[in-house]
Design a binder for this molecule. Structure first.
Ligand SMILES: [Zn+2]
Length: 444
C-alpha cells in the first residue's frame, strides 16, 4: 500500500524548474513529431507555418508553434475518420472512449481517447485527489449523472486508483443524494460550486438537515471558478463543515491543475503532464514573470489519440510569485482561473469580470447564495443591474446590508449598479453550472 507519502509522484512534484523545462521540452518534441507524422490536420497546420519537428531544439522554440483554436477543431469534425476528423492520430479501432465538450455555445467538440489516454486521465486526477488529502480510507460520493461529458468519470476512476471507495450518485435527485451521503457516511464529494451550495440549501430548507453536521470533510470542485473565489469558497466550507478545493480541467485538454491541502489561494499546474504558457492578450508575447494576467496556451504532453498542442484555451490566468508551503515545485496559478478572455467585457468603459462581482456578493453576510447580473443599454449608456436575495429573517438588516454591498461593489469593481432585492427563493436556481451574467447589449 502507498501509505502516507506526501505527494502522489514525489519525483515530478519536487523537480527543479530547470529539470522540469528539460522534461517538458523533451515531451513536447516527442508529441510534435507524433502529431506531424500521424495527423493530417496538424501536419498541414505546421507546414503552412513553415515549421517542422527538427526546428524545435530549445524551449524558446516552442512559442513559434502555431496555436490551435476550438473553432479549428469544430471545423474538422464529422468528417473522416468519422466523427473525429483528421486530427486523430490513431486508427479508429484504438479509440475506446468518446466524450464531447459541454460549452453552452456552438457545436460541441468530439474527443477521442485510447485506453492509454484514459489511463493518463485517471493518473492526472490521482495527483489532484492525493494533493487534496484523499486516501484509501475515504468514501467518495459523486452527486452527478455521468454521460457524454467527461465530468466526473476520471475523478471516479482516480478515486478507485488511489484505493478509496467510490459511490456513483447519478440519477438520484438532490434529496435522495443527501440521504445516501447520510446513510453511507461518505467523507468526500465532487461537484460544481453551484451544486455544492444548492445541495446545502436543499438540505437546510427542505429537509431540515444541517449539512455541516454530516460526514463530508472534503469537497473537490470543478466546472466553475467558485472554489477559487474566496467568498464562495468560505460559504461552501461553512455550509458543509468541510475543506473545499478547486481543480481546473477541460475535455479537450485534461485535468491540468489542482489546489493542494495548503490552500494557497491558487492552483498548481501539473507541469510534469502539461505545458502552460501565458500569452499577453494585447501583444501576443509569452509572459514569463508573475503578476501579469494573460490567456492560457496549453499543451497536454502525453495525450495521443487527439493531441492538445498549444491549445488557445481563452482562460485568463497569471503566475503566482510565491512558492507553495506544500513544497511542490509545480508553479501556482494565482487565484485560480479568474475568467475567460471571452467573458471579460467592458461596461461603461471599465473591464469587468463576472467572478469579481461574485466575490463581492458571496462576501456579504445576510445575502443568499444566488444573484444575477444584467447589463443593458439606456440610450448610449450602459446600465448594470444586480439582483440579490436577502436570507430569510434578515429583512430588518436590509439597509445595512445594502450599504455594505454598494461600498464593496464600488471598491472591488469600480462601477455603480442598480440594485434589486428579490424575495428569498425567487431568483433562478441551477443544478450544475449557473448562468448568472446576462449581457443584453449583444442581443441588439
Ligand atoms: Zn501546494
Amino acid at each position: 500500500m502507498i501509505g502516507e507519502q506526501a505527494y502522489w509522484n514525489p519525483v515530478l512534484e519536487t523537480l527543479s524548474q530547470e529539470k522540469m523545462r528539460d522534461l517538458q521540452l523533451r515531451k513536447f518534441k516527442r508529441l510534435f513529431q507524433w502529431a506531424y507524422d500521424k495527423s493530417k490536420f496538424h501536419r498541414s497546420l505546421y507546414k503552412n507555418a513553415g515549421i517542422k519537428p527538427d526546428d524545435i531544439r530549445y524551449f524558446e522554440d516552442i512559442k513559434h508553434v502555431p496555436k490551435v483554436e476550438k473553432a479549428m477543431m469544430r471545423n474538422i469534425q464529422r468528417k473522416d475518420p468519422f466523427p473525429y476528423g483528421d486530427a486523430l492520430c490513431v486508427p479508429l479501432d484504438e479509440v475506446v472512449v468518446y466524450r464531447q465538450t459541454s460549452g453552452t455555445t456552438g457545436q460541441p467538440v468530439y474527443q477521442a481517447d485510447t485506453w492509454q489516454d484514459w489511463e493518463w486521465w485517471s493518473e492526472c486526477w490521482a495527483f489532484i485527489l492525493w494533493a487534496q488529502g484523499y486516501r484509501s480510507s475515504d468514501r467518495i460520493f459523486i452527486p452527478f449523472g455521468y454521460n457524454v461529458f467527461v465530468a466526473f468519470w476520471a475523478g471516479h476512476y482516480a478515486g478507485e486508483k488511489i484505493g478509496a471507495e467510490v459511490v456513483p450518485g447519478g440519477v438520484l435527485d438532490t434529496q435522495a443524494r443527501i440521504l445516501k451521503i447520510q446513510e453511507l457516511k461518505a467523507t468526500a464529494m465532487m461537484a460544481t460550486p453551484t451544486y455544492v451550495l444548492g445541495m446545502a440549501a436543499t438540505a437546510r430548507d427542505k429537509m431540515n438537515i444541517d449539512p455541516s453536521k454530516m460526514s463530508i470533510n472534503k469537497i473537490t470542485c470543478a466546472g466553475e471558478p467558485g472554489a477559487s473565489i474566496p467568498g464562495t469558497k468560505k460559504r461552501m466550507e461553512e455550509a458543509w463543515g468541510a475543506k473545499v478545493y478547486d481543480h481546473a480541467g477541460a475535455t479537450e485538454i485534461g485535468a491540468w491543475s489542482f489546489e493542494c491541502e495548503a490552500q494557497p489561494g491558487g492552483l498548481h499546474v501539473n507541469e510534469g503532464f502539461f505545458l502552460v504558457e501565458i500569452e499577453d492578450i494585447d501583444t501576443g508575447d509569452i509572459i514569463e514573470d508573475p503578476g501579469k494576467k494573460g490567456k492560457m496556451i496549453i499543451t497536454a504532453l502525453d495525450r495521443q489519440a487527439q493531441p492538445c498542442i498549444r491549445f488557445d484555451s481563452k482562460d485568463v490566468i497569471e503566475w503566482d510569485p510565491e512558492p507553495c508551503p506544500c513544497g511542490r515545485t509545480f508553479r501556482l496559478i494565482k487565484g485560480g482561473v479568474t475568467g475567460r478572455a471571452d467573458d471579460i467585457t467592458k461596461v461603461k468603459g471599465v473591464l469587468i469580470s463576472p467572478s469579481a462581482i461574485e466575490e463581492v456578493v458571496r462576501g456579504v453576510e445576510g445575502l443568499s447564495d444566488e444573484y444575477e447580473v444584467i447589463v443593458d443599454k439606456i440610450g448610449d449608456i450602459d446600465r448594470i443591474t444586480l439582483k440579490v436575495e436577502l436570507e430569510l429573517g434578515r429583512e430588518n438588516q436590509r439597509v445595512a446590508i445594502e450599504n455594505q454591498l454598494k461600498d464593496q461593489l464600488r471598491l472591488k469593481t469600480n462601477l455603480g449598479y442598480v440594485l434589486e432585492f428579490c424575495d428569498y427563493g425567487t431568483l433562478p436556481r441551477y443544478d450544475v453550472k449557473a448562468k448568472r451574467f446576462k449581457d443584453l447589449r449583444k442581443a441588439h
